[in-house]
Design a protein around this ligand. Structure first.
Ligand SMILES: [Zn+2]
Length: 250
């Protein structure tokens, strides 16, 4: 499952391997991505916002990718390639091929579509410097419970289900508190926690340290209370929390 840290690392990897390289040959399993539209193009850069990856080519072409739950990018070496059934796109750049497997969302788009997509997202919790003021404002204004607001990519982007539970635990906040009811000190704690959880994962190679996530029934490392989980609307995705450390009075 890819959240901001994994997407940023994968984007940096794509940039390192593809920047300034010409696509010598392209294989596409997607009728909406004709191979001839990318063959001969040069990659200018790869960049991301939240969980969305963009690869920019010359002549104003972009690949827009969202890995969702299963998408993968891989590097294959050698010219004689066996492409697995799960291959959506293969970009042969000479010494190696960069492949997208299992998509899961991959589109060929123009610059206007990229701008539209980026503008539809809230501030990127992994952009540097940390967009503190923007996220402070959007979290403090939302009528969603903070477990849901953290996941809402229009409020802020890059946080997924793991980072959400871990950040709320780190901040000691009840997941049911509504964003606009947070006190300033609580918003500050949540901002610090989100940034720390995301960058810790990035710095650990994209791995997570689970203090609460998928630990239902196990003991809280701080107080020993059993970790619980709950699902709130609209996402209905499980939030793992400590009922004592994250009570409303904690
Ligand atoms: Zn606890």
């Amino acid at each position: 499952m890819s959240e901001g840290p994994q997407v940023l690392r994968r984007t940096e990897w794509l940039h390192k391997h593809l920047q300034a390289r010409r696509i010598v040959r392209c294989h596409s399993a997607r009728i909406d991505i004709p191979a001839e539209k990318l063959t001969g193009r040069t990659v200018l850069r790869a960049f991301c916002k939240g969980k969305h990856i963009f690869i920019e080519f010359d002549e104003g072409r972009f690949l827009h990718n969202h890995l969702l739950m299963k998408g993968i990018w891989r590097k294959l070496t050698g010219q004689q390639l066996f492409f697995p059934d799960t291959m959506w796109l293969a970009l042969y750049v000479g010494p190696f091929t960069i492949c997208n497997l299992k998509g899961q969302m991959l589109k060929l788009v123009n610059e206007d579509a990229v701008k539209l997509q980026c503008n539809s997202l809230g501030s990127d919790a992994m952009s540097l410097p940390f967009p503190r003021d923007e996220i402070y404002q959007s979290l403090g204004a939302t009528k969603l419970a903070i477990s849901e607001a953290s996941l809402d990519q229009k409020v802020l982007c890059g946080v997924g289900n793991i980072a959400k539970s871990e950040a709320l635990y780190r901040a000691g906040l009840d997941p049911r508190i509504v964003g606009c009811e947070l006190r300033p000190v609580q918003i500050e704690r949540l901002l610090e926690a989100i940034s720390t959880v995301l960058w810790d994962s990035y710095n650990q190679g994209g791995r997570w340290t689970h203090h609460v996530y998928h630990r239902r029934g196990q003991r809280c490392e701080i107080c020993g209370t059993a970790i619980r989980s709950m699902s709130l609307a609209p996402s209905k995705r499980a939030t793992y929390f400590c009922p004592k450390c994250q009570s409303r009075d904690a």
